[in-house]
Write a protein that binds this ligand. Structure first.
Ligand SMILES: Cc1ncc(COP(=O)(O)O)c(C=O)c1O
Length: 434
């Protein structure tokens, strides 16, 4: 393999024709070589987070539109070119004779992806189902418990709207009762969160739903502690990890939970329409699949994948996203996400009219953060940033707080972060033009 030396690499970006250098780097072979040097880089994640020569080839591995600044990677992320290529390759091959190539050759390779995900995120392959997104994995859990009228389900008032809708449909259909409670913003006392869950449990509470990371503010919740408390009371906890997996570094084993669902098209940058559901082995038999499976599959995690005809390409290219992620290193990515967030957030909180609804202390948040400028409507602000400056952010409006959510990703450059921050400072000083 052709090695892409640091000197050659820096030489390339030092030339005036940066665009030409970037195109040369996008060549798949040079890109692979550049990424392999990144993968071998040793050092403290905090130092790597601030080393632009480490992040440059990663930024160039994406095919994103650089005429705009996309700070909504929390919604859905682009995949690096290697992932797009893998997916296209598998798709092209699928179409040569799908009943043979897709079903008989490619589909069995899904088992390799299952094994790799299990190894990377700390569980057994027989506990990993590949789903189409986080919603599918979560709804399998939310609809998969037998409940009767009067049974209670407990969650916060910051859980994801679709997951709330799912339980509200069960309320209308079966007479179960959904109870939601408020949590502090930001929440820097894990025991307070555990206590809040515990205080809202009644004799009729049968299921708990909680986020690992809340999409509205980036708040990381104490999953392990809540699960341990609920387990003592015999109550299952469904964990919504849509924003957590491959965003910050943790293993499912360490969380010690029983039900965990996530998207893979957010922070892992896997193909759109991919997710992962983890169900602890001894819990599989009792949790119904959302689409029916035969009783011979009762104990088999694959019962959650009995969805009829589906593409193989998306799922197989998850492996390439995982390789890309491992090349960066989970701890390096986590540190970079905090570095990017701090770069804009620490500048903005210097201003009196600014409130950050996200903790800057490491255990409580990572790359996703929400900021409010007093007196400025978040929708108007997001609209202005897009219309006038081609900067994408997400307006957040919750009855208890509001602001704009900012989510960079590994491909985001410091210049993009600064362009956003400069505009925000201008707005803080001068307001939105009428
Ligand atoms: C907290 C949370 N849960 C679930 C979802 C649903 O994820 P997906 O669109 O992958 O189904 C999202 C999506 O943004 C989310 O933020």
């Amino acid at each position: 393999m052709q090695m892409y030396s640091r000197r050659r690499f820096l030489g390339a970006i030092g030339r005036p024709a940066v665009a030409v250098a970037a195109m040369a780097i996008l060549n798949p072979e040079t890109m692979k070589a550049a990424l392999s040097t990144v993968a071998q880089r040793k050092g403290k994640p905090e130092d790597i987070a601030a080393d632009e020569s480490f992040w440059y080839p990663i930024q160039q591995a994406y095919t994103v539109d650089r005429s705009l600044v996309n700070l909504n990677n929390g919604g859905v992320s682009p995949s690096p070119a290697v992932v797009q290529d893998a997916m296209k390759r598998h798709l092209d091959y699928s179409h040569t004779a799908p009943v043979y190539t897709m079903w008989r050759i490619l589909e069995p390779q899904r088992e390799g992806v299952r094994k790799r995900l299990a190894r990377a995120f700390g569980c057994h392959p027989e506990e990993v189902a590949l789903t189409r997104n986080a919603s599918e994995g979560l709804e399998i859990c939310q609809l998969g418990f037998d409940l009767k009228a009067g049974d209670e389900i407990l969650t916060t008032n910051q859980d994801y709207p679709r997951m709330i809708t799912t339980f509200q449909q069960r309320e209308r259909r079966e007479g179960v009762i959904l109870k939601q409670f408020s949590i502090p913003v930001p929440a820097e006392k894990p025991q307070e969160i555990v206590d809040l869950f515990e205080q809202h449990i009644t004799a009729r509470t049968k299921v708990i739903l909680m986020c690992h990371m809340i999409n509205l503010t980036g708040q990381i919740l104490p999953v392990k502690e809540v699960v341990a408390m609920a387990r003592r009371r015999g109550i299952p906890v469904i964990v919504d990890g849509a924003h957590a997996l491959a965003h910050f570094d943790f293993s499912l084993q360490d969380l010690d939970c029983d039900y965990y669902a996530t998207s893979l098209h957010k922070w892992l940058c896997a193909p759109h329409g991919t997710g992962l559901l983890y169900v602890r082995r001894d819990k599989i038999a009792a949790l119904w699949p959302m689409m029916a499976a035969p009783d011979t599959m009762d104990d088999d995690i694959r019962k959650y994948e009995e969805i009829g005809t589906h593409p193989a390409a998306n799922y197989l290219a998850v492996a390439d996203a995982l390789t890309f992620h491992q090349g960066i290193g989970a701890a390096n990515k986590e540190a970079r996400m905090r570095y990017l967030r701090d770069r804009w957030a620490r500048r903005l909180i210097e201003h009196d009219r600014v409130t950050l609804h996200t903790s800057l202390k490491p255990p409580f948040a990572c790359g996703l953060a929400t900021v409010q400028i007093e007196g400025i409507d978040p929708e108007a602000l997001a609209d202005y940033l897009w219309q006038k400056h081609r900067i994408i952010v997400t307006p957040i409006k919750h009855p208890e707080f509001e602001g704009i959510r900012v989510t960079p990703n590994v491909y985001t450059t410091l210049e993009e972060i600064d362009r956003f921050t400069d505009q925000m400072e201008m707005i803080i000083k001068k307001g939105l033009p009428s």
